[in-house]
Design a protein around this ligand. Structure first.
Ligand SMILES: Cc1cc2nc3c(=O)[nH]c(=O)nc-3n(C[C@H](O)[C@H](O)[C@H](O)COP(=O)(O)OP(=O)(O)OC[C@H]3O[C@@H](n4cnc5c(N)ncnc54)[C@H](O)[C@@H]3O)c2cc1C
Length: 555
């Protein structure tokens, strides 16, 4: 066995979407990362397709949004059919969740991973394929991992922290003794195939037939669809069965939509039993798990990859702050305190969606036509359902208000502690230099203190800029009518039309302390609440505190 002498900050195990995101973000925040994957090379099967609004906002912060959108198709409807009749078409309604990306996109997971791999490579992290984590120990000051390499050799490797992004069968999770709690539910069959039918690819389709429910999800490529059968799941691969499967889907889609259809033999088929499981904790000492390593659930509302990316981003800045001595180690406790409840809610919502997708039982089915006739004709009811669907799927409404990092906030502001700050539409962004400047600010790694100057000197802001230099950037929106030298204390962020201030309901003297992932940590008014004290209460370390360098252990 070789013993590597290089000590990296983080060993990331698994180069799926979650490990790639984590590697990208950790290096963007300045840590050194080694990224390994047991597979010989990138996965060739598509799996995840649906990417939702909050993930698109995150991609924007990461700087990969344009590359993702170039490989994606927008989807803005959910259309339901029953036995040849269209029941209802739900549209996207994001009025209560303002975002620059009011839609979901379909992008093949292989493409998502390609874009993330390229982005990680630009950060200097290349995936080491054929390198498998066998075992590891955590001695409180770092981890020592045993790896097998593509050349057949075994290596002992040392890093300060370990992240298991190694999927549903996670070695890291198993070695940590973290058990996945939950159960397994239905078995579904999924097939990717070319379909010729008069159905617009800007919608997901659900249809109920006498032979059970079927779903159709469009791929970015014209004519290619993901087909899901929730009842007939027998499959044994050979060419004649592929033809039979295609014919069965064609029969069901025809019966469901009432439209002529032809389906080619599928390019990929998978039969899987839905697992609904979650770990009780996502951290143990210097080790963490994220993504499918921490939770597995139904693909019914397309959430697994989206959730894993949010986890990777939630953890990366915390780990960087602690490793770089910018924050107390207790900041790391907030990772699973914030994310385990999200995973638990995910299990509840995907369980509900799975049940809805397959609508079993004659009584429930008989009521559908009546129900959706009512829904179609009562607009406020339809809007309510659309908002409910958007709220759950998009993750835009997710709040960390109940978590340990939601400090005191000023109730007169439009955003509360724990909520995402940039709740802005594309039209508002176009109209407002202030919002554009804030969005650009959120793309920079680190904390931001957005202050609305009241005119005159603001010693608390100067003190914050000095004490937390390198950790918190102070960005000051000039007081209305202020000019020249008088206009700003550190870091001007002009808001000429005042639309940023009005969007946040901010008045002169207000400040907002924004986490690196764009959520509000604390807020107040300079005459009533001290942003320096708020930063300290969150565990951020000021320059005048006795910095002893990177934190020891997860103490
Ligand atoms: C049919 C289907 C449809 C889906 N649709 C959606 C959707 O629309 N939207 C959505 O958000 N999610 C969807 N998902 C879920 C999504 O695919 C997963 O949540 C996502 O792949 C999880 O990413 P990950 O990086 O956590 O794990 P994975 O993608 O499983 O990656 C784990 C990696 O770790 C590597 N690895 C494992 N063990 C080791 C080891 N010991 N050493 C080194 N490397 C190791 C593996 O080789 C692998 O590359 C779907 C899933 C399926 C099956």
């Amino acid at each position: 066995m070789t013993h590597s002498t290089a000590i990296y900050d983080v060993l990331v195990v698994g180069a799926g979407p979650v490990g790639l995101t984590a590697a990208h973000e950790l290096t963007r925040y300045g840590l050194s990362v080694r990224l390994i994957d047991a597979a010989d090379g990138p996965a060739a099967t598509s799996r995840a397709l649906g990417i939702h609004a909050r993930t698109l906002e995150t991609y924007d912060q990461m700087g990969v949004l344009d590359d993702m959108l170039a490989a994606a198709r927008k989807v803005e409807h959910l259309t339901l059919f029953q036995k040849g009749t269209r029941l209802v078409q739900f549209d996207t309604d994001y009025r209560h969740l303002p975002t620059c990306h009011p839609y979901s996109v379909m992008i093949d997971q292989t493409q998502t991973e390609r874009v993330l791999r390229d982005a990680a490579a630009r950060q200097g992290v290349l995936v080491e394929w054929g390198t498998k984590l066998l075992d590891f120990t955590d001695d409180g000051t770092g981890i020592t991992a045993v790896l097998t390499r593509a050349d057949g050799g075994t290596e002992s490797f040392r890093a300060a922290w370990l992240l298991g992004a190694d999927g549903g069968h996670s070695t890291v999770r198993q070695r940590l003794g973290l058990r996945l709690h939950g159960d397994q539910t239905e078995t579904w069959l999924i097939a990717d195939a070319a379909v010729r039918c008069d159905l617009s690819p800007d919608s997901i389709y659900w249809m109920r037939t006498r032979e059970g429910a079927v779903m159709m999800v469009p791929f970015p490529e014209a004519g290619k669809w993901r087909l899901v059968d929730t009842r007939d799941v027998d499959y044994d691969r050979d060419a004649s069965r592929d033809e039979a499967l295609a014919a069965r889907f064609a029969r069901k889609i025809r019966a469901g939509t009432g439209k002529p259809v032809s389906v080619d033999a599928p390019s990929w088929v998978s039969v899987f039993t839905i697992q609904q499981r979650l770990v009780p904790a996502m951290r143990s000492g210097r080790c963490f798990v994220a993504g499918d390593a921490a939770h597995v659930h139904s693909p019914a509302s397309g959430q697994g990859l989206n959730t894993g990316i949010q986890e990777a981003c939630n953890l990366a800045w915390k780990l960087a702050n602690v490793q770089q001595g910018r924050a107390d180690a207790r900041l790391l406790d907030s990772y699973d305190a914030e994310r385990v409840p999200v995973g638990a809610e995910l299990l509840r919502s995907t369980r509900r969606t799975t049940a809805l997708v397959q609508v079993r039982g004659a009584a429930a089915a008989a009521g559908l036509r009546t129900l959706f006739t009512v829904v179609r004709n009562i607009k406020p009811l339809k809007s309510r359902i659309e908002r409910k669907i958007m709220g759950g799927t998009s993750a835009l409404g997710l709040s960390y208000a109940a978590g340990p990092l939601a400090a005191a906030s000023d109730p007169t502001l439009a955003v509360a502690a724990g909520e995402r700050v940039a709740r802005v539409t594309a039209a508002q962004r176009t109209a407002s230099a202030g919002w554009r400047a804030l969005l650009a600010e959120l793309r920079e790694p680190g904390w931001s203190l957005l202050a609305f100057a009241a005119g005159g000197d603001a010693p608390a802001l100067r003190r914050l800029a000095e004490e937390y230099a390198g950790t918190v950037r102070v960005r000051t929106v000039p007081a209305p009518g202020a000019r020249g030298e008088d206009a700003v204390v550190p870091g001007p962020l002009p808001d000429p039309g005042g639309l940023l201030a009005s969007g946040l309901a901010a008045r002169p003297g207000h400040w907002l302390l924004i986490r690196p992932d764009g959520y509000l940590a604390a807020s107040g008014r300079l005459d009533a609440a001290d942003p320096v004290a708020a930063s300290a209460s969150l565990g951020l370390r000021s320059r005048s505190r006795d910095l002893t360098g990177p934190q020891a252990a997860g103490s």
